[in-house]
Design a protein around this ligand. Structure first.
Ligand code: ADP
Ligand code: MG
Ligand code: MG
Length: 882
């Protein structure tokens, strides 16, 4: 039995929940028709058909699917009262792709299918509108040729442009019947030139078009898009075969696209465009300049009222902002598509808050409507002072503010250029006449996008918004000469600025302003809707979010972002500052006790004041401080670094060659597995004593100042419980000594990192001794996989391409392997100590999918991540709350 479902003409039954089977478009067409909106009738061939086609049929449509198609077609014919391929009363079809996850512009659609020399005459006679009939024919020839037979679209466009030029027309809808007939002949010639036959048989057209849509699933563009968007485990695309309605029948017809709210700022007003006497993707493709949706109210008041009503019905029904495609045929409105609309970060938060206030959804649903990427955008910098003269004077042109945010980067005119440069870490802005699906890789890698053509719903705008890339579209003041590598900007006063590939440009996606130079940006703030939204996030989430912070400034930033403590202070990060590093080097290389002591005495005040600052910033929240961890050679200068060597050798009363010898002898073959973590502490206890003294003295000082300091001291890289015992004993003895000196005490805890598989496997022993565990998930991943995390770049991309790895395990925690170690550690640890505090402080703490695992499957008490990821981790924690 072939899975295939009808929709339209009041058809009920299937719903949006079926989107895995029907694809998003098909499921929503079915849903719209079942709630009574007017949807042209048709049917959906499911994603299962696509899988069948792709895996077993090699470009051939299986007979079982075809016989179902003909059966369903009969039903559509009777609903429409006309007949596919008829020479008197013909039915035309659209063949539309649609996967479960919307992939804008990635898959192809064929309109006006069922046309040939006979049908065009029949359609013309039946409607009395020859211009419309021939216009539909030329559109079909182009789409079918391009999508199904893969003739480059430009070959058709060239013919069309020539004919328009000869006749002195600017716009497609100026073409008259005779012109259109000429276009049709010219298009048929294009087929001949390509040695391809245009099938006159309408059934053959349908068979080939369905096959092409299914086949498009495995096209390069679709594959690239899925890769970039991390879309997997989909069966394929569905195909929707639908009776055509015509927006190109004259002045009472048209087509448009519309968001039910403004996808940039979330305002509750329709945001869209339409074109009179046009069809299909004319609006999106920027063929003519569309009119704003608000103008529909005056152009066709009744249609507008019905449309407005529909948008309300749909928002109520889906509880979300909708992105709608519609067509008007001779004054009658048809709904052709709806889906939850893509939106920018600011809009996502505002709409989530508004929907709750309007009673459409509850808080938990609202929390689920904002994606981590949305918050990420809001947490990105914006131009510091757009009111300043410096800013205002820098503006050279402006275009449509298609996607918000600040983008600063080097001008690149090609996709490849962006990809190459961004791999080297150079920020790029992609500048193009217009973007096409072939540009997705470059758009993704860019900081922002600028186009000369296209409107607010153009390809560039939609894709950029989805990815949070700032984008300015339709800037007619710019002229791009790709060959010469120049961008010429005509300013308001008529003067021109010529910029070259590689020059810096800045885009303000909120206003559409373009600056021909590098403009300063400033960090974001939490206020208004965002602040409101984040209070709901905190109400709902079930685990704590802490931050990794090494300095008082980072700690303050973390607090601002809502961290309730510090999960990791990397004490060694404080060592790199210029005035400290010399002392650290002396400490490492010293041959005498006196030199060691001198270095430690000099370092102590630095550590103490840093810790004090952090305790103050974190008043009342725990501060987890990791004792020295990295291999010591990381602090040593290069043996070629003359100037540093000179200075250090005189500081330590050595000769330069002696010093070089010392440096060389400190080198290890495999430093990541060498003398680091507690191994260092065990062999050089005096360093640990200094650090612990710094921590405890700082805590006592802070407490003296009225601060609630909560130090948690963490011992790194433990593999055996004996290591932990050794270090914990040293920590406690040192703390006792300070308490005695100061005549007062404070509370502190001693815990350990779990980052070596052996520690995970012996968690029950370590839990007997330790006050808390913190998973160092970076090292745990490194050591569990045996992948050097500094060298994975050489093979991970290939592993992902081949499907050996689905994710980079250093980005998203490996649930099956590393995750299993984490789960068993938690279980064994808590068996010994039920109240054991357990968290994670690796990079994974800020990765939404990992956070879900830590919260729900592993049962951790907290995650800790870098300060700017804290809001994202809070959101992820709330979204995974059950
Ligand atoms: P995409 O996924 O690229 O948006 P669609 O399948 O939605 O592709 O088709 C693109 C456009 O083609 C639609 O927005 C609509 O304007 C037009 N279209 C599709 N089906 C029909 C139809 N049955 N009648 C009229 N126009 C249609
Ligand atoms: Mg499209
Ligand atoms: Mg569409």
């Amino acid at each position: 039995e072939v899975p295939c479902f009808p929709f339209g003409a009041g058809e009920k039954g299937r719903s949006a929940d079926d989107k895995w089977l029907l694809g998003g478009k098909g499921a929503n067409l079915a849903e719209m028709s079942s709630i009574g909106l007017s949807v042209p009738p048709g049917f959906t061939l499911t994603t299962e058909c696509c899988r069948e086609y792709c895996s077993n049929w090699n470009g051939e449509l299986p007979p079982s699917i075809w016989s179902e198609v003909t059966a369903q077609l009969k039903v559509v014919e009777s609903k429409m009262g006309c007949e596919f391929g008829s020479d008197t009363n013909p039915l035309l079809l659209s063949v539309r792709s649609g996967a479960a996850i919307s992939m804008p512009g990635m898959m192809d659609t064929v309109l006006n299918l069922g046309m040939n020399d006979v049908v065009v005459e029949a359609l013309s006679a039946k409607t009395g509108n020859a211009r419309f009939a021939w216009d539909s024919y030329r559109r079909f020839l182009e789409m079918f040729g391009n999508v199904v037979l893969e003739i480059p679209r430009s070959e058709f466009e060239e013919e069309l442009d020539n004919i328009k030029f000869e006749r002195g027309y600017f716009e497609d809808n100026e073409l008259q019947v005779d012109d259109l007939k000429t276009v049709v002949s010219a298009f048929k010639e294009v087929y001949v030139k390509n040695k391809l036959a245009f099938p006159d048989d309408v059934n053959e057209q349908l068979r080939l078009a369905i096959g092409a849509v299914f086949g498009g699933w495995n096209g390069d563009r679709a594959i690239k898009y899925r890769e970039v968007e991390n879309i997997r485990n989909l069966l394929g695309t569905a195909v929707n075969v639908q009776s055509m309605v015509f927006g190109n029948m004259g002045l009472t017809s048209g087509t448009g696209v519309c968001f039910t709210r403004d996808p940039n700022n979330g305002k509750n007003e329709l945001f869209g465009e339409f074109l009179i006497d046009a069809q299909g993707e004319d609006v999106v493709a920027g063929i003519r300049t569309p009119q704003s949706i608000s103008e529909l109210e005056t152009a066709m008041p009744e249609v507008y009222q019905e449309f407005k009503k529909n948008t309300e019905i749909l928002e109520q029904h889906y509880g979300d902002m909708q992105d709608i495609e519609f067509t008007i045929q001779e004054g009658k409105l048809f709904m052709l598509q709806t889906r939850n609309g893509k939106r920018g970060g600011e809009a996502a938060v505002k709409m989530a808050v508004d929907f709750v206030e309007e009673g459409l959804i509850d808080k938990k649903e609202a929390v689920n409507k904002v994606l981590p990427e949305h918050l990420d955008q809001l947490l990105h910098p914006s131009f510091s002072d757009t009111e300043s003269d410096t800013y205002k004077n820098a503006v050279v042109a402006s275009g449509l503010p298609a996607s918000p945010g600040a983008a600063v980067g080097e001008i690149c005119f090609t996709n490849e250029d962006v990809v190459q440069k961004s791999e080297k870490g150079i920020p790029c802005v992609l500048v193009r006449d217009e973007t096409s699906p072939d540009d997705v890789a470059g758009m993704y890698a860019s900081e922002g996008i600028l186009t000369a053509r296209g409107g607010m719903t153009s390809h560039a705008a939609v894709v950029a918004r989805g990815w949070g890339r700032p984008c300015i579209c339709g800037c007619s003041d710019i002229k791009i000469d790709e060959a010469a590598g120049t961008l010429t900007i005509t300013k308001e006063d008529g003067s021109t600025v010529v910029m070259k590939s590689g020059d810096f440009i800045s885009l303000n996606g909120n206003t559409g302003e373009i600056m021909a130079e590098k403009i300063g940006v400033s960090p974001p703030a939490m206020k208004g809707d965002l602040e409101q939204f984040m209070t709901w996030v905190d109400e709902i989430k079930e685990i704590d979010v802490l931050a990794n912070a090494d300095t008082p400034d980072d700690a303050a930033e973390a607090r601002k972002n809502g961290a309730v403590g510090i999960g990791l202070v990397r004490t060694e990060h404080m060592f790199f500052e210029p005035e400290r590093i010399g002392q650290v080097r002396q400490l490492i290389l010293s041959k005498t006790e006196a030199q060691t002591k001198e270095a430690l005495d000099n370092l102590l005040p630095y550590q103490r004041s840093d810790f004090e600052g952090i305790f103050k910033a974190m008043d009342g929240y725990p501060v987890t401080i990791r004792l020295l961890d990295p291999p010591l050679h990381e602090f040593l200068p290069g043996v070629e670094d003359e100037e540093v060597l000179q200075k250090l050798s005189s500081q330590m009363s050595m000769t330069v060659p002696e010093l070089v010898e010392e440096i060389k002898s400190a080198a290890e073959v495999n430093p990541m597995l060498g003398l680091r973590g507690c191994r260092l502490g065990i062999t050089r206890p005096e360093i640990i004593e200094m650090q612990v003294r710094g921590i405890i003295e700082a805590a006592l000082n802070a407490i003296d100042d009225g601060v609630d300091a909560i130090p948690d001291i963490m011992i790194p890289l433990v593999g055996k419980v004996q290591e932990f015992k050794d270090q914990a004993k040293l920590v406690r003895a040192t703390a006792d000594r300070v308490f005695e000196e100061r005549g007062k005490t404070c509370k502190y805890r001693v815990g350990t990192m779990i980052e070596i598989p052996r520690a995970a496997l012996t968690a029950h022993e370590i839990a007997e001794e330790a006050d808390f565990f913190s998973f160092g998930s970076n090292d745990l991943t490194q050591m569990t996989f045996g992948y050097s995390r500094d060298d994975v770049g050489t093979f991970i991309p290939e592993y992902k391409r081949k499907g050996i790895l689905l994710d980079d395990p250093f980005v998203t925690v490996d649930v099956e392997g590393v995750g299993q170690l984490i789960k068993s550690t938690v279980k064994n640890g808590r068996e010994v100590k039920p109240e054991l505090k357990i968290g994670v402080c690796g990079e994974h703490g800020g990765d939404p999918r990992s956070v879900e695992f830590f919260a729900n499957d592993a049962g951790l008490s907290y995650v800790s991540c870098s300060p700017f990821r804290v809001p994202i981790a809070r959101l992820a924690a709330a979204q995974s709350a059950t």
